[in-house]
Design a protein around this ligand. Structure first.
Ligand code: COA
Length: 176
């Protein structure tokens, strides 16, 4: 149970604060329309964490992508960006945002969820592993500064063959 914060859907009036947190804590930044586009299309998996004083202290933004593999269409949730303001970390906010975002992705029919993370980003990797994400492989030089990414994923639908998800996502990685 998250103490002192609530997780709620993103609202357009949060945009400035979410963009600020994104700029301060992540080198990967996006134009405003990218945030708004993902909010419009997938509002249930774009969430913010709000403190008791009403301050937005973190966010997670996702989208759902369709992939055709053999005879099936797979819907994959993609965690595009997540950050928590530094002084509010290690209180369970990142985990709560991810859990709620996964719920939103399931509501859109996502079969699995995946994300990219810097190979040096120990806190984030620990967070994802704790939630059941597995490293599928490395995407060499994924980031603008040349750092590699791990592609990590987690099944959301127990009736979907994991091999199908690995077939789709495996094309993007060097297996480890
Ligand atoms: N070192 C080791 N493990 C860590 C960690 C750290 N600094 N931070 C989180 N974890 C792991 C722990 O297992 C933790 O559980 P515990 O506190 O019970 O040990 C678990 O993740 C959940 O942590 P939580 O408190 O929910 O995470 P958070 O609110 O601090 O947010 C991030 C985690 C990654 C979102 C946050 O560090 C952040 O915003 N980083 C900068 C932006 C970023 O890197 N985003 C991810 C890009 S892929």
């Amino acid at each position: 149970m998250l103490q002192g914060y609530k997780i709620r859907p993103f609202r357009p009036e949060d945009l400035e604060e979410v963009e600020r947190i994104n700029r301060v804590f992540l080198p990967e930044n996006y134009p405003s329309y990218f945030f708004i586009e993902n909010y419009r299309r997938f509002p249930s998996s774009f969430l913010v964490a709000e403190s008791e004083s009403g301050e937005v202290v973190g966010y997670v933004m996702c989208r759902v992508e369709s992939y055709y593999v053999r005879v099936a269409t797979l819907l994959l949730g993609h965690v595009l960006s997540i950050a928590v303001s530094r002084r509010h970390r290690r209180k369970g906010i990142g985990k709560a945002l991810m859990v709620e975002a996964e719920r939103g992705l399931v509501s859109y029919g996502a079969d699995a969820v995946y994300l990219e993370v810097r190979v040096s980003n120990e806190p984030a990797i620990k967070l994802y592993e704790g939630l059941g994400y597995r490293k599928l492989g490395v995407i060499p030089s994924y980031y603008a500064d040349g750092e590699d990414a791990y592609l990590m994923y987690k099944m959301l639908d127990e009736f979907i063959e994991e091999a199908l998800v690995e077939e789709v996502l495996g094309k993007r990685v060097v297996r480890i």
